[in-house]
Write a protein that binds this ligand. Structure first.
Ligand code: ZN
Ligand code: ZN
Length: 451
């Protein structure tokens, strides 16, 4: 006896729905910070530096900050170099044919028309590539492996991120026709991680891409078998030297506008593969919501300024942070802080202040103590969006360190989307930042500068 197709479909659907929900219900947050991340990711989405989307994000940000009650909301426009993605694909062609999940790195130049078919040379580390003789990679593609692992403080990004930052320049110096790296990431998804590489002035830029971790594993296993490897590579992204960007700036004025202000930085631009929810819509959401929360219980003494910087991702010394220092270098700042490490919980605090500010530092520690946030070794350094003004004015810096265990699973991948933001963790950030701001924005005395 046969069941009717309709009945069969119905039974199947019933069985399926009993086993698993049709789709996971994303967590829904409330409050200012959630509203900002949800809004930017839904209404703007990916906003690469210099793109029309980044321009729309500035308009969005300006309107949002005004609606939230910020004063002196404005955009400082600037010109910057940037890069745009093109079609991209790659496959191993020898000794085994295998497709590879790849993405171009920012400032990669395009492969020749029709793609690049060349031998692929495996280097287990950046140091191994550095040891290769000059010219030995002529006509070949270098592959650079590494072993980045997750760390709570995200410390792997420094050394392993150097494979992305410096590897392509080193490969170009050895004569390579192109370079492929293992993504600077800690996930096991088939998502390559993008990010910029900066070619040194004395080398001719080459096509540069990153493969996902599982694809890098495949290349490593294949290389271990000893037979020569070959790749078919197509990366068509290219740099453009002059693009519009801008910083969105807004303030909550303090009771005494003559006192140096508190500067809170984040960046508005994002990579193009995801919607930039954790990098860095969350950062802008956290600093903005915290600046507002710090007003509860009375207007603070000092002005708090938020800087939603343009072009952090491709700026590298010439983006929004540098432009901010150029435009606002004559205004007085007391402390700079930045949020650009996702949306997971704050667990540690670092300082860079003068010795005479110890009483203030102790007050900040006391404010964070009940939240389980403890002082950590090392010096606070702010981040790319505030580093130029910190340097120019020798500012005091406080870093609220977030748990980075999972940050590099998502960083610069298609997985950087709203559903990865835990509303409770996001709010914990806002609470921690607000606790610090209530102390420092109400400090009447001179706030000691960094060394
Ligand atoms: Zn960022
Ligand atoms: Zn980033």
């Amino acid at each position: 006896m046969s069941t009717s197709p309709f009945l069969r479909a119905g039974l199947l659907a019933a069985a399926f729905s009993a086993a698993v929900p049709a789709f996971a219900t994303p967590q829904q947050g409330t409050g200012v910070a959630w509203d900002i991340v949800e809004g930017i990711t839904t209404e703007i989405g990916p906003r690469p530096a210099g793109s029309p989307a980044e321009g729309r994000a500035r308009v969005w940000g300006e309107a949002k900050l005004k609606a939230l009650g910020f004063q002196n909301v404005r955009v400082d426009e600037f010109r910057t170099r940037a890069w745009t993605r093109g079609p991209e694909s790659a496959a191993l062609t020898a000794p085994y044919a295998q497709p590879l999940a790849i993405t171009a790195l920012g400032f990669s130049v395009p492969t020749p028309r029709g793609g690049l078919k060349a031998p692929l040379v495996y280097f287990p580390t950046l140091a191994a590539l550095e040891a290769a003789t000059e010219g030995s990679l002529k006509g070949k593609v270098a592959f650079i492996d590494h072993a980045m692992r997750a760390a709570q403080d995200g410390s792997g990004y420094g050394p392993y991120g150097n494979v992305r930052r410096q590897g392509p320049t080193i490969a170009a110096r050895k004569g390579a026709a192109a370079v492929v790296i293992r993504s600077a990431g800690t996930d096991s998804h088939r998502n390559p991680h993008t990010g910029v590489t900066i070619f040194a002035k004395d080398v001719k830029p080459i096509p540069a891409g990153a493969v996902s971790n599982p694809d890098a594993d495949l290349i490593a296993r294949t290389a271990a078998r000893g037979a020569p490897l070959a790749i078919d590579l197509r990366l068509e992204g290219k740099p453009f030297p002059d693009a519009p960007s801008g910083n969105v700036i807004a303030e909550l004025p303090g009771r005494d506008p003559s006192l140096p202000m508190i500067l809170l930085g984040c960046h508005l631009d994002s990579w193009d593969l995801g919607t930039g929810a954790v990098d860095d819509a969350s950062g802008c959401a956290i600093v903005t919501a915290a600046a507002l929360a710090a007003q509860n219980g009375g207007q603070p003494l000092r002005t708090i300024r938020v800087l939603w910087a343009g072009n952090e991702e491709m700026g590298v010394g010439g983006g929004g942070g540098a432009d901010y220092a150029r435009v606002h270098g004559s205004e007085t700042h007391a402390v700079a802080m930045e949020s650009d490490f996702g949306a997971d919980r704050v667990w540690q605090v670092k300082f860079n202040t003068a010795a005479e500010s110890q009483p203030l530092v102790d007050k900040v520690k006391a404010a964070l103590w009940p939240m389980g946030i403890v002082p950590h070794e090392g010096e606070a350094d702010g981040g790319e969006d505030v580093s130029a003004i910190i340097k120019a004015q020798n500012l005091a810096v406080i870093d609220l360190g977030q748990d980075g265990t999972h940050y590099f699973d998502l960083h610069h991948t298609p997985d950087d989307t709203l559903d990865k933001v835990d509303p409770a963790a996001l709010q914990q950030n806002v609470d921690a930042w607000a606790a610090v701001l209530r102390v420092i924005a109400n400090e009447p005395g001179v706030i000691g500068k960094g060394k």
